[in-house]
Design a protein around this ligand. Sequence first.
Ligand code: SF4
Length: 301
Amino acid sequence: MGDVSGSAGAQGRSFGGLPEPLYAASPSRLLTWLDCPRRYRMTYLDRPRPVPRRQRAHTSLGLSVHNALRDWWDLPDGDRTPSAAAELLGTGWIDVGFRDADQSGSWRDRMRGAVTAYVQGLNPDAHPLGVERAVAMVTGQLRLHGRVDRLDDRAGELIVVDYKTGRRPPTEDDARFSLPLALYAAAVWKMFRRPCVRVELHHVPTGTVAAHTHTPQSLSNRVEEARSIAVDARGAERDYARAGTGSGRFPPRPSPLCTWCDLRAHCPEGQAVGPEQPDWAGLDPQDLPPDASGPGAASVT
Ligand code: SF4
């Protein structure tokens, strides 16, 4: 098989011949750079960090489901029952960002049912190889790190599982083109020294699974893509170290996503795009303008 870490370059040398530290990034950091350099700067570089808006309801919902499924696998053998999953969801429900108590309670009940149905399709005795497993890999000057919702070993095949709770069930193309999933698979391959090419998006509200099986070459291509993004971001960070917020390498990139951006209060260009989405807009399609797209439309995780 090929080298999923991509073509390893020589160790970087900074001015004076000292080794340059690795550039550490999660997939989400790399994607933030692609989406909007201004948001990247405010999220990862500016200190003190601009205060983000309060958490939205769909984020609370996604966290609640993720936490319940994580804790379910931590239960002792014999206790991993559907009713235990329902209980975990109910007791761990995060009641932030909803319009009111009725809306929160209604979504809590819906997700309690969804989590119950989802775990009914699992074998409680087939414990995953990892749950919220930290993964990392070094490729050239990039140190990638992240956390995999679930890492399965099914009959010897390693599979990266990512939970989704958004309004729209993900498609096979979502699994195929997801940069984070590909990078997680590459990292798992390197860490466990075993091939890992299959990635799956599990949509908990509907129980649907969107999957893709990579090739070694397609994983290498995505790692190379990550390295390329990292080179750009790191170059901009060097300029930030010199010029601070006066750096011209972090332009705002206004788009419909600005109506969802957690940092738009600090970004006049983003505010000009249109009114901010309500806290609970990611939950109900009827709460959205027809052309709106955003985190809630694609994924809440
Ligand atoms: S509001 Fe828009 S342009 Fe401004 S930081 Fe957020 S995503 Fe970028």
